[in-house]
Design a binder for this molecule. Structure first.
Ligand SMILES: C[S@@+](CC[C@H](N)C(=O)[O-])C[C@H]1O[C@@H](n2cnc3c(N)ncnc32)[C@H](O)[C@@H]1O
Length: 259
């Protein structure tokens, strides 16, 4: 099957933004692809925990926002007495519920959620905030996360790419062999207008039943470092940027403490 990607390129951005909430097809393959790429969730969770404890030594509770399939939660639950997640995709949430049974994974939008309690630490990892459409949405997301912290609580956000580090027109691909299937994913990321970026991916999956294909379109915003720090300050947090190359895709972390 061939796919005319120009067809997706004409899609309305708002429709594509809804695809930022992961489909059943993507959810099913997510862990296989990212583990295949060598993403080290246990190490990343340990880095986040260390940053939290350096600022709040007795931290006992953590909320992971847009937690996906719960890979970070799997490690966080070993490091904190209480962990919970928030995730908008029903199929990603279902995966997390299987992986971390007994851990509450709330149905919620990063811009709107309210779990009704506070946590010593809140994090959102792997660039999910890059899905926010503008600085107002970024401030809403950071504001909701900070609202779940007590004074002295720690907020850790992994940004998406900054404009000066983004490679316009970048192409990439993965080939992953699982026990019962082989998956390929090719993608291209390119600016559309201003700071908006469209990431188009084409997936192929071969298993015992046959070969299938599907497309995924994600829309990101290239926020400046100052946009992130302004959102943290507006949410009542002191903030620093830590250029940690060994988490995620090397985009660093914003670390805030609620005042
Ligand atoms: C790049 S994945 C990161 C998942 C996980 N944190 C990880 O590190 O593997 C982005 C996740 O954000 C979720 N998502 C997208 N938009 C969201 C929103 N507005 N609110 C909450 N979750 C959202 C997607 O469904 C997906 O699970």
């Amino acid at each position: 099957m061939t796919t005319d990607m120009s067809a997706t390129a004409t899609r309305d951005d708002e429709g594509a933004r809804k695809a930022n909430v992961y489909s059943a097809e993507v959810s099913e393959l997510y862990d296989l692809v990212y583990k295949g790429r060598g993403k080290n969730y246990a190490h990343e969770s340990a880095v986040v925990t260390e940053l939290v404890r350096a600022r709040r030594p007795g931290a006992a509770s953590l909320l992971d926002v847009a937690c996906g399939t719960g890979e970070h939660l799997r490690t966080f639950r070993l490091m904190f007495d209480e962990v919970e997640g928030v995730e908008l995709s029903p199929t990603m949430r279902a995966g997390a519920s299987v992986k971390v049974p007994g851990v509450a994974v709330h149905d919620g939008d990063i811009r709107l959620f309210d779990t009704g309690r506070t946590y010593d630490a809140v994090c959102s990892l792997f660039g999910t905030v890059g899905y926010m459409t503008d600085t107002a949405e970024l401030e809403a997301a950071v504001g909701r996360m900070a609202a779940h912290l007590p004074t002295g609580g720690v907020l850790i956000v992994e940004p998406w790419y900054f404009p000066d580090r983004f490679i316009d027109g970048h192409i990439a691909g993965d080939l992953v062999r699982g026990a019962d299937r082989t998956v390929t994913r090719v993608m291209r990321v390119a600016r559309t207008t201003g700071s908006t970026v469209r990431q188009e991916s084409h997936w192929s999956v071969a298993d015992a039943t046959g070969v299938r294909h599907f497309d995924q379109v994600q829309i990101f915003t290239l926020f400046e470092p100052d946009d992130y720090t302004a959102a943290f300050r507006r949410a009542g947090c002191d903030v620093e940027y830590i250029e940690s190359g060994d988490i995620g895709d090397g985009r660093g972390l914003f670390v805030g403490v609620r005042q």
